[in-house]
Design a protein around this ligand. Structure first.
Ligand SMILES: [Zn+2]
Length: 429
């Protein structure tokens, strides 16, 4: 293997027109950092003149005209050293139009200083978790460069779903970027693949409708099941778009409704004039806990009670200090248990025999449950939840946190899709 081929193999440079000599390698301090520098020459016989288009048949057409020296091109790190190719590019002179032009290389785009290999390395890094700041540092480029590459990915590559929707979907909202149309963004997950299907920068009904109407009616009719939270406008919309889909509210979101009311009535009692103020404040977790999981045996000393107590004792004591708290507690526990044990009859019994008037908030929850009863019963029949959506939301939060927030939704989306393996700019190139 010649010296030239050897160097090019190590640097992964495919361009046939770049040549490296015997003494091409140096370690040089750049900004006080040891940098590996490879000095090369770029030259070839141009096929034609880029200005007048004349075909280069002989020295009567185009001739060599010196070099544009020391063009710096960043390449990926070698053994953790910042690395650089310094290229002398051949200059040419066209005798027909009297103009000069410079040799081009596939190593780097015209007027750029980042090699394609570096771009590839940055792209690969963007496909894994980690902040863009770290990625930039690792690849020895500015954060602007990393951002430009992410921007390019977000512009060029649109996820191609071939017009196919998942048979079972989950939908939800999440807090995205400042340029989101509706403050919250919209996410669709594939329940079978347990992965993101798409994210959209608006959760407004009209925008979601547009999003789904891109798919044919035939395709939409194939959707069998959709999980979602208890946000009622979505039900109307999903019924309209997906005629055959079973709508399954997420069980956690069902329980959340009376749970929030219970917590609110506890907080209402947390006023300094209440002698049980400290107890109510300290033991909030026990009040929200499933009563079947409260420990009735193990005694421990409580400073608030000034005696030995059990979990069960604390909760029984506290809910009996206030009528509204007690009724809300019993309602919440009933709903929680019917959902946990998937007991449809129990659930319907509670909501149909509810006595209103004790708390406006609880009345409202029961009204919602009555309106949504048929859907909620689906949740007790089908074993799907929005757990994947919630998990995905956590990933998005982490990505946003690592990046110290994204200003552009498209960038956040590209990054999420890259990390979740749904967008691969390397194989689709
Ligand atoms: Zn010319």
């Amino acid at each position: 293997m010649t010296h030239n081929n050897y160097t090019k193999n190590i640097l992964n440079i495919k361009d046939q027109n770049i040549y490296f000599g015997e003494n091409c390698f140096n370690i040089v301090k750049i900004n006080n950092i040891d940098t590996m520098v490879f000095h090369g020459v770029l030259t070839y016989k141009p096929a034609s003149c880029p200005y007048c288009g004349v075909v280069n048949n002989s020295n009567d057409d185009i001739i060599n005209w010196g070099f544009k020296k020391n063009c710096k091109i960043k390449i990926p790190k070698i053994s953790n050293y910042n690395s650089l190719v310094v290229l002398d590019k051949q200059r040419f002179f066209c005798k027909h139009c009297q103009r000069t032009f410079i040799a081009e290389t596939s190593l780097v785009d015209y007027h750029k200083q980042i090699s394609h290999n570096t771009e590839l390395s940055i792209t690969l890094d963007l496909m894994n978790k980690g902040s863009e700041k770290d990625i930039s540092k690792r690849n020895n480029v500015s954060s602007c460069t990393t951002n430009r590459i992410l921007h390019k990915i977000s512009q060029d590559k649109i996820i191609k779903n071939n017009g196919i929707l998942p048979k079972k979907m989950g939908i939800d909202e999440f807090d995205a970027t400042k340029d989101t149309i509706s403050k919250l963004a919209f996410i669709i997950v594939d329940q079978d693949k347990k992965n993101i299907f798409d994210i959209n920068n608006s959760r407004l009904s009209k925008d979601i409708e547009t999003l789904f109407r891109r798919y044919s009616k035939r395709e939409r009719d194939k959707v069998e099941l959709i999980t979602l939270d208890l946000y009622e406008p979505y039900y109307k919309l999903m019924k309209k778009l997906f005629k055959k889909a079973i709508l399954v509210p997420d069980r956690f979101h069902i329980v959340l409704q009376p749970r929030n009311v219970l917590d609110a009535s506890r907080i209402k009692l947390c006023v300094k004039s209440n002698p049980n103020y400290k107890k109510l404040k300290k033991y909030w977790k026990l009040i929200l806990k499933n009563e079947n999981e409260l420990n009735d045996k193990r005694k421990f000393y409580s400073k608030c009670f000034k005696k030995e107590v059990t979990e069960k004792y604390i909760v029984t004591y506290l809910i009996n200090t206030d009528n509204e708290l007690k009724i809300t507690y019993n309602y919440y526990q009933g709903i929680l248990n019917s959902i946990d044990s998937k007991d449809k009859e129990k659930f319907s019994n509670i909501i149909h025999h509810y006595n209103k008037g004790i708390s406006k908030k609880l009345d409202k929850v029961n009204k919602t449950f009555l309106r949504m009863e048929n859907y909620i019963l689906n949740a007790l029949e089908y074993d799907y939840s929005n757990g994947i959506v919630e998990g995905t939301n956590n990933l998005i939060k982490q990505i946003k946190h690592d990046a110290c927030g994204y200003r552009k939704f498209e960038h956040l989306k590209a990054r999420v899709m890259l990390i979740k393996g749904l967008l691969n700019p390397i194989i689709s190139q």
